[in-house]
Design a protein around this ligand. Structure first.
Ligand code: PMV
Length: 354
């Protein structure tokens, strides 16, 4: 099995400090439905973001078993421990040297809590990169390609979509026949033939609802197991990804918009037709979508939307339309946001060592 490639050797402990900044990402083709251990039922593709990031520092101290303390924005937060412990238990077979360390993990997000930005993606990616940094220190002959793949592999075991938060500007996770390097185990970068328009694409995140989700993404994935439309949805996503790849090379924005919006609405259609059914949309989500459609038709501006597992709307547009679209957002869409708030982000190049 390919995953055996990611099993490292044990090594004696050395004190080490590492710090990484990892971005969040927004999927254009959505991952919704998985099998154990965090393997996607369909391939997905995302824009890596730029300013929505988690910065995590890990102080590795030699110890007799793997223990940790977690700090979020300077405050000790034991409420996060079960999630981190679960992650460490899952990845220990691949990084057995970790059993010789106590980790002091200090993490900060650049974006507000519950803002609809996938914080588990950036957080798990940043933590995994710190672990890989130490592994590279222990085994210095490691190649860069292996470093990135294994960071994505570990991040995936923390949160599926985190696999796509290591590199940029566009990454693919899950096996697809149209990308020979693709894998279920980790994400791979799109490649050098990405149309340049997508390297500087903008994402304005409209904060429609700060409230906590009625159904978590873990529960949502779970509900795909007995979903009557599951198999059709997985093949639809795979087909949408196949269709999107040449579009990402040619820069055909009309075709891009059709697939991206279809994917967003298909994701929410799955939620609305699960048993039990649930709706993460809010009335203002739909109001924003209708405004975008009206504006696009009237102004001939290639702006579109996508949605994550929540009510907030990601408005996507090319950099050359930034001032026009941001003026539109400010005048016509901000009224639908909680306290008029939105975040301006853009496609980024991936995680960075601090
Ligand atoms: O990584 P998870 O388990 O939080 O799932 C993410 C699912 C979506 O954000 C809705 C889609 C995606 O591909 O990111």
């Amino acid at each position: 099995m390919e995953q055996n490639l990611f099993v490292s050797k044990a090594a004696p402990a050395v004190p080490f400090v590492s710090s990484w900044k990892a971005p969040s990402n927004i999927a254009l083709v959505k991952y919704w439905g998985k099998s154990e251990p965090q393997l996607p039922k369909n391939p997905s593709l995302s824009f890596t973001l730029s300013t929505s990031v988690t910065e995590t520092k890990v102080n590795f101290q030699p110890a007799t078993s793997c223990t940790f303390d977690f700090y979020f924005h300077g405050e000790k937060r034991p409420d996060f421990n079960p999630k981190i412990q679960h992650f460490i238990d899952r990845i220990t077979p691949y990084i057995p040297w970790i059993t010789n360390y106590h980790l002091v993990i200090s993490s900060e997000n650049s974006f507000p809590h519950s803002s609809g930005i996938a914080s588990s993606a950036s957080a798990m990616a940043a933590l995994s990169l710190n672990l890989m940094d130490l592994e590279q220190h222990l085994f210095p002959t490691m190649e860069k390609d292996y470093f990135h793949k294994k960071a994505s592999f570990l991040a995936r075991l923390g949160s599926g979509s985190a696999a796509r938060s290591i590199e940029g500007p566009v990454t693919i996770w899950g096996k697809t026949t149209s990308c020979s390097t693709s894998s279920e185990l980790y994400a791979v970068p799109f490649g050098s033939d990405l149309h340049p328009i997508f390297e500087s694409y903008r994402d304005a995140i409209l904060l429609v609802d700060h409230g906590s989700k009625v159904v978590s993404s873990t529960q949502g994935h779970q509900l795909m197991h007995k979903h009557p439309y599951a198999e059709k949805r997985f093949s639809q996503a795979a087909e949408n990804l196949n269709a999107l790849l040449p579009i990402m090379r040619s820069g055909d924005l009309d075709a891009f918009i059709k697939i991206v919006e279809l994917e967003a609405l298909s994701l929410h259609a799955m939620m609305m037709t699960s048993t039990p059914y649930f709706v993460l949309f809010k009335p203002n989500t739909l109001a924003i979508i209708e405004k975008i459609w009206e504006y696009r038709a009237g102004q001939k501006v290639p702006v579109c939307f996508t949605l994550d597992a929540g009510a907030n709307v990601h408005v996507l547009y090319p950099a050359e339309y930034a001032s026009t679209v941001e003026d539109f957002i400010n005048k016509e869409l901000a009224v639908f946001c909680e306290q008029g708030k939105y975040l301006l982000d853009r496609v980024g190049t991936g995680a960075k060592k601090m």
